[in-house]
Design a protein around this ligand. Structure first.
Ligand SMILES: C[S@@+](CC[C@H](N)C(=O)[O-])C[C@H]1O[C@@H](n2cnc3c(N)ncnc32)[C@H](O)[C@@H]1O
Length: 417
């Protein structure tokens, strides 16, 4: 059985490599920037990982906070309830989840609000922007209780009564700006990144081309494909070609995040942008000692540094530079309102109370395996080791808020009690 699976995998991987070779040969210089290669490997309709074979959760390639049970979504829902109050209980109050995976987080948020805050739930429109058709299909299944019985494929925001989930395109979002919150968990780290190398006193870009002798994709260095790359480092006040950066310093730049944030700012009339992701501020991101960047490939819960090992068959991800998100957002009218590690964010929203309830026989799950599993899940959400979920960054930006609304520190960014 295992051998049959491996043979099938080898065959589809060979087909993907052939498609990549063809794709590279069609390019004017038979090469792609690393960002275009990553975009192809993740999102090409016929070969991309997210288009064809994304597998999330314990049995898949990687899991997110949403896979650890409903606590993460429920605590986010507590934060959304407060946002609704601070914004003056708008009708509708729209949440737009960007990059919603299998829809688990949406289901946990909707179920929590439906049962714990009926007025907020009744004001709620839940929108999803999702690039992967495969995941859109899974989301429709997960969210069936909240999906209108026979919806058109992609709808206009607000076209349906409250409490139904709707799928938007980015264009639909910008054409119909919302009042509420645009949020994402592990979206920005899935955007394609440019890779650059500082060598011989110059900043060079990594391109991918096909090596006909070795029958595999290989890297070549070339001139920067866009002046935006040099401008990015100039904006951050960094010169990677000078000490303390060493020759060969390699890192990545997420220019797609800039376009995304511009779109989100246009799609938000009044309210918040909430971004949860792996990442750091610029200082930590571009530390001279981080000489190979943060790009990682994930396959069956193992991560490695080989982005060409299994194109289309593995996830590729790079950490997020939260300083750049703050700077870009500010230029688009998104004011930075707070940045905390996820562990503190969730503690401030009540994760500590949930842990304490597990020690109380009156509130703990009756079966020991359930109790242990839940405790382990909560501890994983708080894990502040370098790759732990508690070490994620949680950035809040606001737009169109009154001085009083802007001055109000939301619960997730307050000191946990
Ligand atoms: C790493 S998964 C995270 C899924 C989910 N948020 C979770 O926490 O489990 C990244 C998600 O972002 C989606 N995505 C990536 N780029 C996107 C884009 N440009 N527009 C919309 N969705 C995108 C992927 O298809 C996928 O659903």
């Amino acid at each position: 059985m295992e051998t049959t699976l491996q043979t099938t995998l080898q065959t589809t991987l060979q087909a993907t490599l052939q498609a990549l070779q063809d794709h590279l040969q069609q390019q004017p210089q038979q090469r792609l920037t690393f960002a275009d290669y990553m975009d192809w490997a993740l999102y090409d309709p016929a070969q991309g990982y997210y288009s064809q074979r994304v597998a999330l959760g314990q049995g898949g390639d990687f899991f997110t906070s949403a896979h650890l049970g409903p606590d993460f979504g429920q605590l986010l829902a507590v934060q959304f309830q407060e946002m609704w109050q601070v914004l003056g209980q708008p009708q509708p109050f729209t949440l737009v989840e960007m990059g919603a995976g299998e829809g688990l987080l949406a289901a946990d948020i909707l179920a929590y609000l439906e049962h714990h805050d009926r007025p907020c739930f009744e004001a709620l429109h839940y929108g999803i922007v999702e690039r992967s058709p495969r995941l859109r299909h899974q989301q429709r299944q997960t969210l069936a209780p909240w999906v209108a019985s026979d919806p058109p494929a992609l709808e206009q925001p607000g076209a349906h009564p409250a409490q139904t989930v709707q799928w938007y395109t980015w264009d639909q979002l910008t054409a119909n700006p919302i009042v509420g919150c645009c949020f994402s968990n592990e979206l920005v780290d899935a955007f394609p990144v440019h890779q650059v190398v500082a060598t011989g006193g110059q900043l060079r870009e990594v391109y991918v081309t096909w090596d006909h002798q070795q029958h595999r994709p290989v890297e070549v260095l070339g001139d920067l494909s866009t002046p935006a790359l040099a401008a990015y480092f100039a904006d951050l006040g960094l010169n990677l070609t000078q000490p303390p950066y060493g020759d060969g310093y390699r890192t990545e730049v997420n220019l797609a995040a800039q376009d995304w944030l511009t779109t989100v700012a246009q799609g938000l009339q009044r309210g918040y942008v909430l971004t949860l992701d792996y990442g750091y501020g610029s200082d930590r991101y571009y530390q001279p000692s981080r000489a190979q960047g943060t790009l990682q490939a994930y396959r069956r819960h193992r991560h490695h540094n080989e982005p060409y090992q299994a194109p289309g068959h593995q996830d590729l991800t790079a950490h997020v530079n939260f300083t750049a998100l703050e700077q870009w957002g500010d230029r688009q009218g998104l004011r930075p309102l707070g940045f905390v590690p996820q562990a503190l964010f969730l503690m401030a929203l009540g994760l500590g109370d949930r842990l304490a309830a597990l020690s109380n026989p009156a509130t703990a799950p009756p079966s020991l395996p359930d109790l242990l599993q839940r405790r382990d899940a909560l501890h994983q959400l708080l894990d502040m080791s370098s790759s732990g979920l508690g070490n994620f960054g949680v950035l809040l930006q606001g737009k169109g808020l009154s001085p009083a609304e802007q001055g109000q520190t939301l619960r997730g960014w307050q000191e946990p009690v």
